[in-house]
Design a protein around this ligand. Structure first.
Ligand SMILES: NC(=O)C1=CN([C@@H]2O[C@H](COP(=O)(O)OP(=O)(O)OC[C@H]3O[C@@H](n4cnc5c(N)ncnc54)[C@H](O)[C@@H]3O)[C@@H](O)[C@H]2O)[C@H](O)CC1
Ligand SMILES: [K+]
Length: 492
């Protein structure tokens, strides 16, 4: 599935296939390396005009090749340059060997580098080809550079960061700036990789769009491009029933707040009507707090089954503060032909028999959205969670395929994945969004989107994005109440 180029994310494996195709179509790979290395030198000169010395650390592969090109370009611009190589440069091959020959000066071994004030480090040790923990020799240099607090410009990725997963293999540089080529890789957006990149620049080294598009999967950064064309569903001028009716299940008398946060968020996010479904014991507590949100007594599965005759209720949110796991299980199974956001206790309710839930929602278009954080994810998908080879994106997609649900795998790098293989990494959430009730608010926003007929993946992705925007708008120190109030209209 081709995605918009600026938002698309390319895995290192896809990037190698792109490189191969580029070579097959006659594109000169050394020119690509020259563009890459020159872009790095340009970034270095632009960002650090005051540098006393640029120290280029070159590795044994093409990342090192980019480094030699950058060193030559910096030298040609009149800057002071030192090169330190990992391994014997005589063993370099292909374009990297040619780039090293072009630099033409004898380099020093990596272990001989002694960081000094005024140095700007250019990290060209490992990029897309990192396959295992960095050697001790490299880790020692990383620590020395870190303790001197020298600025680091990373070529493609900070060495040590796995471009596929964002995980650190052994030790990594913490770059102040990273220059990558053609498109971002998952490791630039997933944590901790995102933080270790510093500011990120994507430079077009000249691989044609047609070659990129041929190898782009359905992974992109979460943003409005994913639900363009769906926002009309939230037209505020439409009749309240047309704008969707959302139902949210309340917890017991001492735990009603979470569901009310979901309901309030659903209303603010654009649902025309929101009803809180509450057992009789919690009716008074809810009634005392509700105004625009309606209240309906639903005490057991029989009452819910009767209520479901009303087909105008477009979507349900089950789980926030719900508490009673046995009832949650019954309700979720009864709702299996309706659009449902299953969160918190609604997810935990199926920890002993997840397949019961997955089978119940297997028919038809995807209409279940689950919003687990790490702990809830591990409860429902223990084997996927335990597989150390999978990235967060891989985990979310595997879980979505198995459960026939859109998975919103929450965290500071929330991943939204669809059973059809599409996935998005969200990047707009400020750190202070991790506050009590934040997840309840998110469930309500997604519920509002489902109630208006948005498809599940788009509803979830747009919900996560609006939630992040609301967090940024409400600002540091926000409470979940502020968050709902800060929800902005969905951009068209
Ligand atoms: N189209 C592009 O984006 C271009 C990217 N370029 C640059 O090329 C690198 C990828 O180059 P590659 O040679 O495949 O990989 P690396 O240089 O990252 O390293 C491979 C090299 O290192 C060895 N190795 C891997 N892990 C370790 C380890 N932990 N310890 C020791 N050695 C390790 C491995 O065996 C190889 O020898 C990409 O990032 C860009 O910077 C090109 O310039 C052209 C276009
Ligand atoms: K690097």
């Amino acid at each position: 599935m081709p995605v918009d180029r600026d938002d698309s994310i390319i895995t290192p494996a896809e990037m190698s296939a792109i490189d191969r195709d580029a070579a097959l179509s006659g594109i000169d790979s050394f020119r690509l390396m020259t563009s890459a290395g020159t872009a790095v030198s340009a970034a270095a000169l632009r960002l650090y005009p005051q540098a006393l010395r640029f120290v280029v650390l070159c590795g044994p592969g093409n990342n090192g090749g980019d480094g030699y090109i950058a060193a030559a370009a910096l030298h040609a611009s009149g800057a002071q340059v030192a090169v330190h190589a990992l391994g014997d440069p005589a063993h370099l091959k292909g374009d990297a060997a040619r780039a090293c020959a072009g630099w033409g000066h004898a380099g020093e071994p990596l272990a001989k580098y002694r960081p000094r004030p005024g140095d700007i480090v250019i990290d060209a040790l490992f990029g897309a080809g990192l396959s295992r923990a960095v050697p001790d020799e490299v880790a020692a240099v990383m620590r020395a550079v870190g303790s001197e607090q020298l600025p680091v410009i990373a070529v493609d990725l900070p060495s040590g960061v796995d471009g596929r997963t964002g995980q650190v293999l052994g030790e990594s540089f913490h770059a102040s700036h990273t220059v990558t080529f053609m498109a971002r890789k998952p490791g630039h957006l997933l944590l901790p990789g995102r933080t270790l990149c510093g500011s990120l620049e994507v430079f077009d080294i000249g691989i044609p769009q047609r070659i990129l598009a041929a190898h782009t999967s359905g992974l992109s950064e979460n943003g409005p491009h994913l639900w363009a064309g769906q926002a009309h569903a939230l037209d505020p001028s439409a009749h309240k029933f047309k704008r969707g009716h959302l139902a949210v299940f309340s917890g017991g008398p001492l735990a009603t707040g979470a569901a009310r946060l979901s309901a309030a968020a659903g209303l603010k996010a654009g649902a025309g009507l929101v009803t809180l479904a509450s057992a009789s014991a919690a009716l008074d507590a809810n009634a005392a707090h509700l105004t625009a949100v309606m209240l309906k007594e639903i005490g057991d599965a029989g009452a819910l089954a009767r209520w479901l005759a009303d087909k105008r209720i477009g979507a349900f949110v089950l789980g926030p503060g719900f508490g009673d796991l046995e009832t949650a299980r019954q309700y979720a199974l009864l709702l299996n032909d309706r659009a449902l956001v299953l969160d918190a206790d609604g997810i935990t309710a199926f920890k002993d028999d997840p397949s019961l839930l997955f089978e119940a929602y297997a028919q038809g278009e995807t209409h279940l959205v689950m919003t687990p954080h790490d702990g809830e994810f591990a409860r429902l998908f223990p084997d996927i969670d335990a597989d150390p080879t999978l990235s967060k994106v891989d985990r979310a997609i595997a879980a979505a395929k198995r459960s026939h649900a859109v998975i919103v795998y929450k965290g500071a790098d929330t991943v939204i994945a669809s059973p059809d293989g599409r996935a998005a990494i969200n990047t707009n959430a400020p750190p202070w969004l991790a506050t009590a009730g934040s997840g309840d608010t998110l469930a309500g926003i997604i519920g509002a989107h489902l109630a208006q007929g948005m498809p599940a993946f788009e509803a979830a992705a747009a919900g996560v994005w609006r939630h992040g925007r609301a967090g940024a708008k409400a600002g540091e120190g926000l409470t979940a109440e502020d968050l709902a109030a800060a929800i902005e209209p969905l951009p068209a």
